[in-house]
Design a protein around this ligand. Structure first.
Ligand code: HEC
Length: 107
């Protein structure tokens, strides 16, 4: 391989990886969408019918902002108010990823 060819290969590979990383869903995205979005809303604003009916707080609520990541994982694992416990239904990793996704809406 000439040096020129080699740099093309490296460049193509780098571009490919950058695109793949950009397009890939974050690990919690699919879980959040499937398991949490119906109540917490597309972007955590709890604007859904169920979210409103259950008075789910939006991520902008000061009460929600007080939660640390660990406290949110615990609330999701053990349940909170009208939210069922997800322990046993989702793996710890899925719960964590879904919480990370949820928290990404707080910024
Ligand atoms: C059936 C509706 C419902 C679903 C589905 C649901 N939640 Fe909740 N969630 C609630 C309710 C109700 C509360 C307690 C009221 C409140 O404070 O928003 C709550 C509270 C929380 C809290 C504590 C902070 C807060 O917003 O008060 C977190 C974190 C949370 N949910 C994350 C999740 C995650 C992650 C999922 C998906 C794995 C999920 N929820 C699925 C209804 C739901």
């Amino acid at each position: 391989m000439t040096n020129k060819t080699r740099s093309y290969v490296v460049l193509t590979l780098a571009l490919y990886l950058a695109c793949a990383a950009g397009l890939a869903q974050s690990p919690g995205e699919a879980t959040y969408k499937a398991k949490c979005q119906s109540c917490h809303g597309v972007a955590g604003m709890a604007e859904t019918t169920v979210g409103k009916a259950l008075k789910v707080k939006p991520v902008t609520d000061p009460e929600v902002k007080k939660f640390t990541e660990a406290a949110m994982i615990e609330a999701t694992r053990s349940g909170m108010g009208k939210m069922q416990p997800y322990k046993g239904k989702l793996s710890d990793a899925e719960i964590k990823d879904a919480v990370v996704r949820f928290r990404s809406f707080m910024k």
